[in-house]
Design a protein around this ligand. Structure first.
Ligand code: SF4
Length: 354
């Protein structure tokens, strides 16, 4: 690796500094051979995460029939995708699904529900689900992903034992209204801020392959970095027939890997998660992505099927990585220290941090 740009990006990342806009654009468009870009990103990945791969699983608590109109989503208002549609599954059913995933190596269980945001009864459902999962797996990380949060809801989730809250920014603010008209980019930032203030570990990422320019990719990376998330899912559009973006197949494996490398440079010591769409867009190059991302989803996605878990384990082993153990810490210690577990406010006898 001889590129001045790549050496600079590695040095900055190891110091915790982000790429400049010009550097980021050059990485996406530039002449550096892809294998050199991956090798540079891999140096940063190995510095903070070694060769560990964290496994996560999704439990779709409530599927389809959403009143929102996110153009990429198979569950959106007016979607003609023939995805599963059901109302809330029970806490026991969710716990059974989670148990299988934990046995297969998942450290984090993401409880996801379609909809604009949870009502108070929905929060109660999630509280009961967290209790059911934790009864048998007290150390598993639970992440809730329930849409826009109202006052006090993040506190209830934290008090119930949720570890994280996930809400993606999805794309650059300037083009947000092109992919969704029923809520705004600012609404999403607001929910992430509420989650972080309640002591939940913020998880927020993006979806690529929706017609964005290189500038849009860099804009959303910058916006995400400003939120200082602990985990950043990088999704590649799954083009569902029956949705407005159902015909978009813009991505190449090379493009996906450059985007992943860019995110590793923007988030050197943060959990960068290879998320939806990896199988269909990275295809035979999936294992190379493990040199950049330190985390993947195991099993199926919300409404589409993923690669069999056994193949994921084989891919990880074949590429020389190991599955992160239940008692291994994901984030490097300095960042880990920034996560202050809440010991005041809801669920305690102490006043809230108001
Ligand atoms: S992404 Fe979430 S809010 Fe948007 S349509 Fe899909 S389920 Fe609804």
């Amino acid at each position: 690796m001889t590129s001045e740009l790549l050496n600079l990006l590695v040095d900055k990342a190891l110091d915790g500094a982000a790429p400049s806009r010009a550097e980021a654009l050059a990485l996406l468009a530039g002449p550096e051979p892809l294998i050199d870009v991956i090798a540079a990103g891999s140096r940063v990945r190995r510095e903070f995460f070694g060769m560990r791969v964290k496994l996560n699983t999704i439990v779709n608590m409530k599927s389809g029939l959403c009143p929102e109109d996110c153009g990429y989503c198979s569950q959106r208002l007016g979607s003609e995708s023939e995805v599963l549609k059901y109302s809330w599954i029970s806490p026991d059913e969710a716990a059974r699904i989670a148990e299988d995933a934990v046995r297969a190596g998942a450290k984090r269980v993401c409880l996801v529900a379609s909809g604009r945001g949870p009502g108070e009864r929905d929060i109660t459902r999630i509280e009961n689900t967290i209790a059911a999962i934790k009864a048998d797996n007290p150390n598993v990380e639970i992440c809730a992903c329930l849409g826009l949060l109202n006052e006090g809801q993040a506190q209830r989730l934290a008090a119930a034992g949720a570890h994280a809250y996930s809400h993606n920014l999805n794309t650059a603010e300037a083009r947000y209204s092109e992919i969704c008209t029923t809520h705004t980019f600012a609404d999403r930032v607001d929910t992430l801020t509420r989650a972080g203030a309640a002591g939940l570990s913020p998880c927020s990422g993006a979806i690529f392959g929706m017609g964005e320019s290189d500038e849009d990719v860099v804009d959303v990376a910058i916006a995400l970095r400003e939120l200082d998330p602990d985990s950043v899912p990088v999704n590649f559009l799954i083009p569902f027939e029956g949705t407005p973006l159902g015909n978009r197949w813009d991505l190449t494996p090379q493009r996906c890997l450059r985007i992943l490398a860019l995110f590793r440079f923007f988030f050197p010591d943060v959990e960068v998660r290879l998320a939806g769409g990896r199988e269909i867009h990275l295809r035979s190059l999936q294992p190379l992505a493990l040199h950049l991302a330190n985390s993947i989803f195991l099993g199926d996605y919300l409404t589409s099927e993923g690669q069999p878990g056994i193949d994921d384990h084989q891919m990880i082993t074949d590429a020389g990585f190991t599955v992160e153990g239940a008692h291994e810490q994901t984030l490097p210690q300095p960042r880990h220290d920034l996560v202050a577990l809440r010991r005041r406010g809801a669920g305690t006898d102490l006043p809230a941090n108001a």
